[in-house]
Design a protein around this ligand. Structure first.
Ligand SMILES: NC(=O)c1ccc[n+]([C@@H]2O[C@H](COP(=O)([O-])OP(=O)(O)OC[C@H]3O[C@@H](n4cnc5c(N)ncnc54)[C@H](OP(=O)(O)O)[C@@H]3O)[C@@H](O)[C@H]2O)c1
Length: 244
């Protein structure tokens, strides 16, 4: 037991699942360092917001590596959880699925930098702080990582499949440091990333409804808490039964 305030570093905090995650952890008394491309928005309802925000473009590897020093200074030695949540899912001009025949290599690379490489770059850069706190890493993958999805593009889906594999590799390598690494794979969650037509998918789901960002945040919180102290290298599906 400790009275020390726990700290979370969270990417993609400004909207959707990330926003719900800040609210969940703040309500539990955690300090949350938020990372996204934009400056802190004063309308965000959590304490210490601007001081605890790091502006970072995860599509730019140099910017990501440079931001690590800023994050380390703000942490001051210990990091209890890193949640790699930021993600992009580019579409065709008409909003359709970008397939393997059409996806331009530059777009593919950008998707991999945000959705995949940033996760390992941040975790490696913060490994001393994670080890000092016996912390946890959660990578946010997707159901699209394990099947062709009607709207998610090939770059997005392969980046999420790679992130799932990265979770396994990192669990192996970070375990001896006392750091657990898991992933969560959301299905259709009500955020701005969804495409028109998602309602048709929802009609076929066992639970017949969209997930809410707060329901995903609850599972992320579980994986960062002592309640999952012997869980590592796994992926939890959060999708109302979409995978069955
Ligand atoms: N919603 C779903 O149904 C669903 C399903 C499966 C998986 N997921 C995954 O869940 C995660 C969150 O999704 P969401 O639906 O909440 O997405 P969202 O509403 O589109 O939010 C994405 C977040 O990522 C940040 N971001 C995007 N590009 C960035 C960059 N280059 N550098 C830094 N931050 C960046 C955005 O912040 P800024 O724009 O301010 O930078 C934003 O906070 C993603 O990894 C997504 O793939 C979502």
């Amino acid at each position: 037991m400790t009275d020390r305030q726990k700290t979370l570093v969270l990417t993609g905090a400004s909207r959707g699942i990330g926003h719900a995650t800040v609210k969940r952890f703040s309500a539990e008394g955690w300090r949350v360092l938020t990372c996204s491309r934009n400056a802190f928005d004063d309308r965000c309802p959590w304490p210490g917001g601007a001081d605890n925000h790091v502006q970072i473009d995860l599509a730019d590897p140099n910017n990501t590596i440079a931001a690590i020093e800023t994050i380390r200074e703000k942490l001051g030695g210990k990091l209890d959880a890193l949640v790699n949540n930021a993600g992009i899912s580019p579409k065709t001009e008409g909003g359709g699925r970008l397939n393997t025949l059409e996806t331009d290599l530059r777009t593919w690379g950008q998707v991999f930098h945000v959705n995949f490489f940033a996760s390992v770059v941040l975790a490696r850069g913060l490994r001393a702080e994670l080890a000092a706190a016996k912390g946890a890493v959660v990578n946010v993958t997707s159901i699209a990582g394990s099947r062709v999805h009607p709207f998610a593009g090939a770059a997005y889906s392969t980046s999420k499949a790679a992130l799932k594999s990265l979770t396994r590799e990192m669990a192996h390598d970070f375990g001896p440091l006392g750091v657990r690494v898991n992933s969560i794979a959301p299905g259709e969650v009500e955020t701005s990333i969804l495409s028109p037509g998602t309602d048709k998918i929802v009609d076929g789901l066992p639970m017949r409804r969209l997930g809410q960002p707060a329901e995903v945040a609850d599972v992320i919180h579980f994986l960062c808490s002592d309640q999952s102290s012997y869980v590592t290298g796994t992926e939890i599906e959060v999708n109302g039964g979409q995978h069955v």
